[in-house]
Design a protein around this ligand. Structure first.
Ligand SMILES: Nc1ncnc2c1ncn2[C@@H]1O[C@H](COP(=O)(O)OP(=O)(O)O)[C@@H](O)[C@H]1O
Ligand SMILES: [Mg+2]
Length: 234
């Protein structure tokens, strides 16, 4: 069953002569548990696509069904509720709260969705950071901070993880560690991952690679044998 379904989805920002057609007629179906890498240069519409799937933005036209829920016509309250229950976000710059410990950062999200302290510790354990629970973000490396951000997204146990340029501010080795965790989360915990990046090398580790160009899908390619993060070079 497809967990993400976009039918002829377009997104235009603004109106008239200054309108920006960020996405143009996107058709895409993603199966539960797939690891999808969306590639494209800056400005090609990658973040817009994630924001539509995550109900942060509304499509201008077309239909969008995510985790069995029709996002096409939804009130603002319904979108907020959808974001809480169905998707987890991981961003380039981690977005951790510096004055809270790793555990407290995860706990903040956990409380929103009725999870407890043990669930938060468990989420940190999944990303290999149980022993850093009491550390503040400033005491953690960039890669560790990104793994806390993954734990924060995972504590909700969302079926879908939406990941925007996760290695954009990391060096090669820590970037690989983060990618390995994301792949593990997808494989072991059966999450669907939509990862967008301008880094073409990362395409090799997707089950499928979608290339965006100027708001349209230029190609969709299946990797018969996705690369392990250790095999990815950039
Ligand atoms: N909130 C916005 N208002 C106006 N234009 C936007 C907005 N967000 C994105 N855009 C434009 O839409 C296009 C696609 O942007 P984006 O999805 O962020 O691309 P990418 O993530 O691939 O770099 C770009 O031309 C960008 O300037
Ligand atoms: Mg972007």
């Amino acid at each position: 069953m497809s967990v993400v379904q976009l039918r002829d989805v377009s997104k235009t920002y603004g109106e008239g002569p200054t309108a920006v057609h960020a996405l143009k007629g996107i058709d895409l179906e993603v199966e539960q548990g797939e690891f999808i890498v969306v590639l494209g240069p800056s400005g090609s519409g990658k973040t817009t696509m994630l924001n539509l799937v995550g109900a942060i933005e509304e499509p201008t036209s077309g239909s969008l069904v995510v985790d069995g829920i029709d996002l096409t016509t939804m009130s603002e309250d319904e979108r907020t509720e959808f974001r809480r229950a169905h998707v987890g976000f991981v961003f380039q710059f981690f977005n951790l709260i510096p004055t809270l410990t790793a555990l407290e950062n995860v706990q903040l999200m956990a409380e929103l969705v009725g999870k407890n302290h043990d669930d938060s510790l468990q989420a940190l354990a999944v990303v290999g950071l149980a022993d850093r629970a009491d550390h503040f973000p400033g005491m953690l490396s960039g890669g560790e901070q990104q793994r806390v951000a993954i734990a924060r997204a995972m504590v909700k146990e969302p079926p879908i993880l939406l990941v925007d340029e996760p290695t954009g501010s990391l060096d090669l080795d820590t970037g690989r560690q983060v990618l390995a965790k994301l792949r593990e989360v997808s494989d072991v915990h059966h999450r669907t991952v939509l990862l967008v990046t301008h880094n073409t090398a990362i395409g090799g580790m997707g089950d499928r690679v979608i290339r965006l160009h100027s708001g349209s899908i230029a190609s969709i390619q299946r990797n018969e044998r996705p690369l392990t993060p250790e095999e990815v070079e950039w």
